[in-house]
Design a protein around this ligand. Structure first.
Ligand code: ATP
Length: 238
């Protein structure tokens, strides 16, 4: 089966700092692939490279076989790659509904737009209850749901989730992982960056470990979760 996303030798720099030093990774359609690693390993940088927010210094990114290396972010979004950035970044001054509508701006068919909005609101009842509220007044967990809902308005073919559970209360963390599991069951392809390695590896079909800008280990999620080095470094040594 061909991969939805194929990354080969990707290098990403900040000036003279090499943050991502030539990584290979693949995301097959319908799978959840996770990227784990310590602070500063290059996870967010990788996501920003894939969504076109950062120019590649080397290597290639292919989406369904099409070379999208250094394609502009709007083109990458239009192809169906949607990123939920670290820290959520909802438009704080706008209402929940306005944020959602922005996520569906490119949907040409009004009926399709309404259907998607209905589906997102059915998935996130909290957003339905807070539609006219200013997004900046939502709790962190609700903002994460809004950011996810906004991305889902684009009916993504590939969803890039950057630390969706970061800074959230335990109940919201559980809910976020439940939603990711639902999306997986529905066949959504997801690349997930997480510090919560335990939960991420439980849900992931395949995982990559990133250390100082290099992939040091990769394999099926369950295998990576059992690896003694991963247990010691990322799973609290148990
Ligand atoms: P975290 O979990 O802390 O977000 P991360 O794995 O996502 O970590 P990145 O944010 O991708 O790591 O950072 C990778 C490296 O690039 C780090 O050494 C970081 O200091 C550096 N870096 C990140 N952003 C910039 C920037 N805007 N300018 C210069 N260096 C940066």
């Amino acid at each position: 089966m061909t991969n939805l996303l194929d990354v080969s030798g990707l290098r990403l720099d900040y000036g003279r700092t090499m943050a991502v030093k030539g990584i290979d990774l693949a995301v097959p359609p319908g799978s959840v692939v996770c990227l784990i690693g310590a602070n500063g390993a290059g996870k967010t940088t990788t996501m920003r490279g894939l969504s076109g927010l950062l120019r590649a210094a080397g290597g290639t990114v292919r989406f369904e076989g099409t070379d999208i290396t250094n394609a502009p972010a709007h083109r990458i979004a239009r192809l169906g790659i949607r990123q939920v950035p670290e820290g959520r970044q909802v438009f704080a001054e706008m209402t929940v509904d306005e944020n959602l509508r922005l996520g569906g701006l490119q949907v040409p068919n009004p009926q399709e737009f309404r259907n998607r909005r209905e589906r997102v609101l059915a998935r996130f009842p909290r957003l339905q209850e807070r539609l006219t509220q200013q997004a900046g007044l939502l709790s962190g967990g609700e903002q994460q749901m809004l950011a996810l809902g906004r991305a889902l308005m684009g009916a993504p073919r590939l969803l890039l989730l950057d630390e969706p559970s970061m800074g959230l209360a335990p109940l919201f963390v559980e809910e976020i992982f439940r939603i990711i599991a639902d999306l997986k069951r529905e066949g959504t392809t997801i690349l997930l960056v997480e510090q919560n390695a335990q939960a991420a590896l439980e849900i992931a079909d395949y995982a990559y470990v990133l250390e100082s800008g290099r992939i040091t280990l990769h394999g099926p999620g369950a295998q990576i979760a059992d690896d003694p080095k991963v247990v010691a470094a990322y799973l609290g040594g148990h």
